[in-house]
Design a protein around this ligand. Structure first.
Ligand SMILES: NC(=O)C1=CN([C@@H]2O[C@H](COP(=O)(O)OP(=O)(O)OC[C@H]3O[C@@H](n4cnc5c(N)ncnc54)[C@H](OP(=O)(O)O)[C@@H]3O)[C@@H](O)[C@H]2O)C=CC1
Ligand SMILES: Nc1nc(=O)c2c([nH]1)NC[C@@H]1CN(c3ccc(C(=O)N[C@@H](CCC(=O)O)C(=O)O)cc3)C=[N+]21
Length: 307
């Protein structure tokens, strides 16, 4: 197998740019019609892992014509206070979407807080009702990272129907929704986690391998089928001997790129597409809200005529 040349890197930039261009057109039209989209990001405490994500959200929202507001709360915030703040945002017609950046401090129950976001404003697709939709094959608003990973696989042009896929990691936010999305697309999906007996044996069978664990270099070349597509979702900060730090994924890119036909780089792979999907989800949410608005107020004439 020849070494991976540059065009076998499955880069996120072009995929993200295409999605953002579509979002931009939709956001412009909605704005012209008087419905300016606005995304609010909630951060509780100081979390370094979130900073890059929020910075990119702000930059790309601006590019797409979506207003962006960051609300930072101190780490001592109580769950009740956070819930009250979210209820306020749910009731604010100027706010289209709400994203709660993870992780939140341990004393805040993330599941309950996620459920406090109104399903129509849940741009992360993490409300139980939103997760339920992808189980029922309604895929237009899915958890951002999972949807981004699947977009990248689609960019290979591989036929998803019947594709042998292995997902490593089964978190609610990444691994599980990837599995559901791919099942809906007709793939044959195996999900591995820390209790899986032979990760290598499963991984080696995959035509497409998704890795979302949070362990640098977990996946080595001998765990990858020649010609496979490898989607590396991990984002891990690594400190180099000289004291500087860099971001690496969960895949040993140097060795795996000799075996795989496609591999997403870190950085520059799933990350940028995740941001683009968040913005796309914001427009899906806006359209759903507008449909409710029409259904509620669009019948005034008929109501008057009936009186
Ligand atoms: N690019 C992006 O947009 C995003 C990237 N990420 C990154 O993706 C990675 C995963 O994130 P997230 O899902 O939130 O993490 P979690 O810690 O919630 O989940 C990690 C998963 O990996 C599994 N796991 C742990 N060790 C092993 C092992 N040795 N072999 C197989 N499976 C294992 C765990 O299984 P078990 O529960 O059974 O222990 C768990 O399901 C992180 O690096 C994170 O930074 C996350 C969100 C967005
Ligand atoms: N509720 C919630 N949902 C998330 O999806 C979520 C979260 N919380 N908390 C933090 C993690 C991390 N995450 C990133 C997404 C994109 C980049 C990203 O855009 N990275 C670029 C830029 C890297 C750089 O500039 O250094 C890249 O990979 O190329 C980074 C990190 C989402 N997460």
């Amino acid at each position: 197998m020849p070494p991976l040349d540059d065009n076998r890197y499955l880069k996120g930039g072009p995929v993200a740019a295409r999605i953002i261009a579509e979002v931009r057109a939709a956001a412009q039209q909605a704005t012209d019609e008087g419905f300016r989209p606005k995304l609010v990001s909630i951060t509780v405490g100081d979390v370094a892992a979130v900073d890059v994500y929020v910075r990119n959200q702000r930059a790309k929202a601006e590019l797409a014509g979506i207003d962006f507001e960051e609300r930072r709360f101190p780490a001592e915030l109580t769950a009740g206070e956070l819930e009250a703040a979210i209820h306020g945002m749910n009731a604010d017609p100027r706010i289209t979407g709400i994203i709660i950046q993870r992780p939140v401090p341990a004393h805040i129950p993330i599941k309950a807080i996620q459920a406090a976001v109104h399903p129509l404003k849940d741009v992360e697709g993490m409300h139980p009702a939103s997760i339920g939709n992808i189980v029922y094959n309604e895929l237009d608003l899915a958890p951002c990272t999972a949807a981004a990973s699947v977009e990248l696989l689609k960019a290979t042009g591989l036929e998803l129907k019947g594709l042998e896929v292995v997902v490593v990691g089964h978190s609610e936010i990444v691994g599980k929704p990837i599995a559901f999305l791919l099942m809906s697309e007709g793939a044959t999906v195996t999900v591995c986690h820390h209790m899986t007996r032979s990760l290598a044996a499963h991984a080696r069978r995959a035509d497409a391998l998704f890795v979302a664990v949070g362990k640098p270099r977990l996946i080595k070349a001998d765990m990858v089928k020649p010609g496979a597509a490898v989607i590396d979702i991990g984002i891990n900060a690594e400190t180099l001997p000289d004291g500087s730090s860099r971001i690496v994924g969960d895949v040993d890119t140097e060795s795996v790129k000799e075996v795989a036909s496609w591999i997403t780089p870190v950085p520059g792979g799933v990350g940028p597409v995740t941001v683009a999907i968040l913005l796309r989800n914001t427009m899906v949410a806006l359209n759903r809200q507008r449909a409710v608005y029409r259904a509620t107020f669009g019948t005034a004439e008929a109501t008057l005529a009936a009186e």
